[in-house]
Design a protein around this ligand. Structure first.
Ligand code: MN
Length: 768
């Protein structure tokens, strides 16, 4: 039953705080361009307040402040209207209290019901456990989103507020939520064109995942602020004078890259902060005057700037006529500023700016003018629907496929008939073939790009004309999955492979049946069970497939097997012969004294990583090679072994967002002397005998243990890699310092994980 009267339960100060937060929301709404329907918002607030009465968040503050804050984001930062605000206020009511969807519908109608229902199915997913529970809940969000995109917007607002208040969660939860935000929500916000929210989500995740790096970058930004101000003044003065004399109304601001983007650049390029050249950009936002075309105005301003400064012609980006797939429009140009520094200038109208910052929500506001962008959004929603509804065997695959649809930066290409097709950046010949038809994809053997024959793996470029070459006898192979970036191609290949597998399974079963018949045996369950045990397969299909593809030499083994049958010996005795199925010996023979089950590790406690007589009580991940002193986290596998990854490792990030229940916080403990290999990269000015003199420098420190060194020179610059055996990060620093002191060396750093560049690696590959 719904009670419409709220009785205060918190302290008077807290009640006042709730009231004030709500009044701010109402004010923000009244100041928006929406039709003013305050009454329904009031009713939603009262219901939410009654429903969450007396409940507190982990931080101790009244729970109701959370839905109010989410509604505030939805209103002020996304520009949505009353339906969304009402739904945001009610988003946790059905999930967390006794109220039902029928109660909601009775009060607020079916639209709000649909949205709240969507949010209820997917809420609190960040606290669930199990491999695919999170993937499953994402799938639900997307399914519901295809009915009403507001579900996903409110979900993003909910996540944003949770990230803003993440400080009060347990550290292990923080990693998990931050990882999931990085992996799913930030790309999602990006794809919906919610630029400022995406940036904030990334920055907040970064702050919790790499507190040290975050602090370091913030500090360096602050230290260099005065220099930048100075530079901006010198750079902007002549531009501003010219804009004013042209009678253009404008805002000119400097935009600093987010901490996260700076850090990413440092990681992927392997450079220190000081070498990040595009640390900031200058943005000019102008007002449109009585019907003067925006695009023309962008070009006017471009003309003004390039008359003053030399432009880098390779770095002009014109999204004024054809926007990016997330709706972004602007003109970017990079010019040589004072002191020989390249400076990027972004030119946008007020409207373009709003779309860039608020994305989708702003599209709705300008709906009548922006039909095209709506079409783009619909196109994307179509893709999402395809992905969501396609039958995928497990949640992990689904996540990978879905992420492909998020990372789209598009190119245009042509069919032989001259039709245009839009494909994501990095799309290949194979993607193109599947885009046209799955049949064409399945039989693709290559293409002619601009009349030149190329293989299926060739990446397409803007404006390419492509003719697919095909053959009836060609058929998809599993490697193909690595050659494609579009969800459509991925789904096409997967389903062809599944078809293929079914055929192999069938063939395998037939072969086995025939073999049994020859030995005058009936293909019974007990025979199958013994074979499964013998070859170490878990599923009947896997066994049949192995037979079907000839991976198992049934001819050879069957004779022994039949003999064993006749001798009435058990399959276990049979296994004692040195026959190895799938490279593995019999379970019982692997380790006759199988160690007792490892004790269960307490996930809530911090796990201390240690070493005793060369035995580590953990497994350092081979993808990111953590060493003592690195920011790290642990992932517990099914055997209760702890795999340690660097916090920055993309494999770990993926596990964080999909199998958060495996995570544990770790601390580096006692190590008796185990050495870890790390690789250092250095660059410098070439001079004679460099290899010798660097080695000599290092050898002065007699405890440094070099396991490999390699130097190459080009155009007077050398770059080198050196592998050293160390105990911890302190020693790495010490070696770096030593190397930096060498006069020829310009910079030195430890090799960042090579896998950082590779997105979407699966947990299986990481050895989990
Ligand atoms: Mn919530």
């Amino acid at each position: 039953m719904i009670i419409d009267k709220y009785t205060p339960v918190f302290t008077p100060e807290e009640e006042a705080q709730i009231e004030a937060a709500y009044q701010e929301l109402v004010q923000a709404y009244m100041n928006s361009n929406h039709r003013q329907k305050v009454e329904v918002i009031d009713r939603a607030f009262t219901l939410a307040r009654v429903a969450h009465a007396g409940v507190r968040r982990r931080s101790g503050e009244p729970y109701i402040l959370h839905p109010i804050a989410v509604a505030r984001i939805v209103c002020s930062e996304m520009g949505l209207g009353s339906t969304s605000i009402v739904s945001a206020l009610l988003h946790d009511v059905v999930e967390d209290t006794d109220y039902t969807l029928d109660d909601i519908e009775a009060r607020f109608g079916d639209k709000v019901r649909v949205i709240v229902d969507g949010l209820t199915k997917v809420s609190n997913d960040n606290f669930s456990t199990g491999t695919s529970a999170q993937a499953e809940s994402l799938r639900k969000i997307l399914l519901v989103m295809s009915d009403d995109a507001r579900v996903i917007l409110i979900k993003i607002a909910d996540r944003l507020h949770n990230m803003r208040t993440l400080g009060s969660m347990l550290p292990s939860k923080q990693y998990k939520i931050a990882g999931e935000t990085q992996y799913i929500y930030a790309p999602l916000a990006h794809r919906l064109g919610l630029h400022s929210i995406k940036t904030e989500l990334e920055d907040l995740s970064f702050r919790y995942e790499h507190p040290e790096s975050y602090r370091m970058i913030s500090q360096k930004i602050a230290e260099t602020a005065a220099d930048r101000e100075q530079l901006l003044k010198r750079f902007a003065a002549p531009i501003e004078a010219a804009l004013i004399s042209e009678g253009i109304n404008y805002d000119l601001k400097m935009r600093i890259k987010s901490n996260y983007s700076i850090w990413r650049k440092m990681q992927t390029k392997g450079i220190p902060f000081e070498e990040v050249f595009d640390l900031f950009a200058v943005r000019i936002v102008f007002d449109v005057k009585d019907g003067y075309p925006e695009k023309k105005r962008c070009l006017d301003i471009y003309g003004i700037i390039t008359a003053l400064y030399r432009a880098n012609n390779d770095r002009i980006r014109d999204w004024t006529s054809t926007p990016k797939s997330n709706g972004y429009r602007a003109l970017h140009v990079t010019v040589m500023g004072p002191g020989g520094r390249w400076i990027e200038v972004q030119i946008r109208s007020r409207r373009m700016d709003e779309i860039a910052e608020r994305g989708l929500a702003a599209h709705w506001r300008y709906k009548n003018e922006l039909v095209e962008e709506d079409k783009e959004l619909d196109r994307w929603l179509d893709t999402v629907r395809d992905v969501v509804q396609a039958p995928t065997p497990n949640g992990m695959d689904f996540l990978d496929t879905f992420k492909l649809s998020l990372y789209a930066e598009d190119i245009w290409v042509f069919t032989p008939k001259g039709d245009t097709l839009r494909l994501p950046y990095e799309a290949t010949v194979l993607d193109f073939a599947y885009e046209i038809h799955s049949e064409l994809g399945d039989h693709c053997i290559g293409a002619k790009i601009n009349h030149k024959a190329v293989p299926i793996t060739t990446k397409l470029k803007q404006g390419d004309q492509i003719e697919i070459l095909h053959s009836k006898t060609a058929y998809p192979k599993s490697e193909w999955l690595g050659y494609v970036v579009t969800p459509k191609a991925r789904l096409g290949i997967s389903s062809a492979l599944r078809r293929q597998m079914r055929e192999q399974v069938q063939r395998g079963e037939e072969v086995l049946r025939a073999k049994c018949a020859m030995a005058q045996l009936e293909l019974s369950n007990s025979i199958v069970d013994r074979l499964l045990d013998f070859y170490q397969y878990n599923k009947r299909e896997e066994l049949y497939q192995a037979i079907g593809t000839g991976r198992i030499d049934l001819e050879r083994d069957m004779a022994k097997f039949v003999k064993a049958q006749v001798d009435q010996r058990s399959a276990t005795d049979l296994g004692a012969e040195p026959i190895v199925g799938r490279g593995r010996k019999f379970k019982a023979l692997i380790d006759p004294e199988a160690p007792e089950e490892r004790p269960r590790i307490d996930r809530k406690k911090i796990y201390e990583l240690s070493e005793q007589s060369q035995k580590l009580n953990y497994i350092p991940a081979t993808c990111c090679h953590p060493i003592p002193g690195d920011e790290a986290l642990g992932i517990v596998d099914d055997k209760e072994q702890v795999h340690v990854h660097k916090l920055a490792c993309p494999v770990a990030t993926k596990v964080k967002s999909t199998e958060g229940h495996r995570l544990i916080s770790t601390r580096w403990g006692e190590h008796e002397g185990h050495r870890f290999e790390v690789t250092l990269i250095f660059r410098g000015v070439d001079n004679v005998g460099i290899l010798h003199s660097i080695t000599a420098t290092l050898l002065e420190h007699d405890h440094i243990n070099i396991s490999g060194i390699n130097i190459s020179c080009k155009d007077g610059i050398f770059s080198g890699r050196i592998s050293v055996m160390v105990h911890n990060t302190e020693e790495v620093e010490e070696i770096c310092t030593t190397l930096r002191q060498h006069e020829a060396i310009i910079n030195v750093h430890r090799l960042a994980e090579e896998t950082l560049k590779r997105r979407g690696q699966t947990a299986e590959e990481s050895g989990l």
